[in-house]
Design a protein around this ligand. Structure first.
Ligand code: DAH
Length: 338
């Protein structure tokens, strides 16, 4: 009998585990109601009187060893933060994968933040548009050659209905419903019938800006754009290059100074150091008139940019198609950015 107790003692002393479930099994097998200790104490009563003392002593040694061992293992488990494998009904059985925003949403939200901080509201319009809002009201009457600048998807049964080619259509809708002062930006999807390549896609995203009030001048436009590019890209220079858009006069394209430090800088700026990021200009008086705003009383500026283009610059992405493939290995890289 004493031999058996000694064997148990050896087993207890050499037992070790970092797994909560194994430790718990060990505890139950020794100290549980029907465990080894309980069985041995029950057997103690049967032990002949002359052996009782020695057996009792051994039994107490074993009992203490068991409780010491359990204490030691449990405190070890706590300090190493050992993961309990005892089923916890409040715990999920597998690690939950948290998602993240799409990089286009991250960039769009950042741009929205920058403009809402200076009082711009957000407005939206329909993706299926009519000719008036997408073209005619924007000073692009029928047969105007500039309509070819944007290859349009028409709804076959009705040539008057199309997928909007730019978010400038929202300008028109907004001015038709609101009188100045107007300060609004319009993010949204736009569609063009273009061959898909690393630089072009037939669905993409734009943000349009519109500011109409009394005495708005070109310098207000410039200052607003400076504030925007500084907030988004850091302290970088911009330049405005004369350009043409039917809905603005004068019109300009905005370049930011990207620099010429690396080979990539050379490639993406074609050796100039400058990158075009948007179009802008003073809203053409014809457009104001078309939308019911008196051009003798009010003036304003507008600008429009592609969100993909800005995101490609910020994150140095060379293929626009990556935004639309929704490969999680690509998307995951933008967690917590901007
Ligand atoms: N709508 C133009 C485009 O899609 C972008 C644009 C240029 C918008 C100049 C404007 C602007 O408001 O003033 O290419």
């Amino acid at each position: 009998m004493i031999e058996r107790v000694k064997k148990y003692l050896e087993e207890v002393n050499s037992f070790s585990s970092t797994d909560a479930l194994t430790i718990e099994k060990f505890r139950v097998s020794y100290s549980g109601k029907k465990g080894i200790l309980a069985t041995l104490f029950a057997a103690f009563r049967e032990v002949p009187v002359e052996e009782k003392k020695a057996f009792g002593q051994e039994l107490n040694v074993l009992k203490n060893a068991v409780s010491e061992k359990i204490k030691e293992l449990q405190s070890q488990l706590k300090s190493t933060g050992g993961k309990s494998s005892i089923s916890d009904p409040t715990r999920t059985p597998f690690p939950i994968q948290t998602g993240n925003r799409h990089p286009l949403s991250v960039v769009k939200n950042r741009i929205i933040d920058i403009f809402t901080q200076i009082g711009f509201t957000i407005s939206e319009g329909p993706e299926i548009e009519d000719d008036w809002h997408n073209f005619t009201a924007l000073n692009l009457p029928e047969h105007h050659p500039a309509r070819d600048m944007q290859d349009t998807f028409f709804i076959q049964t009705d040539p008057d209905i199309l997928l909007r080619t730019h978010t400038s259509s929202v300008q028109v809708r907004y001015m038709e419903k609101n009188q100045p002062p107007i300060r609004t930006i319009s993010p949204g999807r736009v569609f063009r019938n273009e061959a898909i390549s690393s630089r072009a896609h037939c669905i993409f995203h734009q943000i349009e800006g519109l500011y109409i009030a009394k005495d708005v001048s070109f310098s207000d436009l410039k200052q607003t754009l400076r504030y925007f590019t500084e907030s988004l890209f850091g302290n970088s220079k911009i330049r405005l290059r004369p350009s043409y858009f039917p809905f603005t006069e004068p019109s300009a394209e905005v370049d930011i100074y990207w620099g010429l430090e690396t080979e990539v800088d050379y490639r993406i700026t074609k050796g100039t150091g400058w990158l075009e990021i948007m179009g802008c200009g003073m809203v053409d008086p014809n457009v104001l008139k078309n939308c019911g705003i008196d051009p003798d009383e009010y003036s304003g500026f507008a600008f429009g940019m592609g969100i993909e283009r800005i995101a490609m610059l910020i994150y140095q992405i060379s293929d626009i198609r990556l935004f639309f493939e929704n490969d999680v290995r690509f998307l995951k890289q933008f967690k917590g950015t901007l």
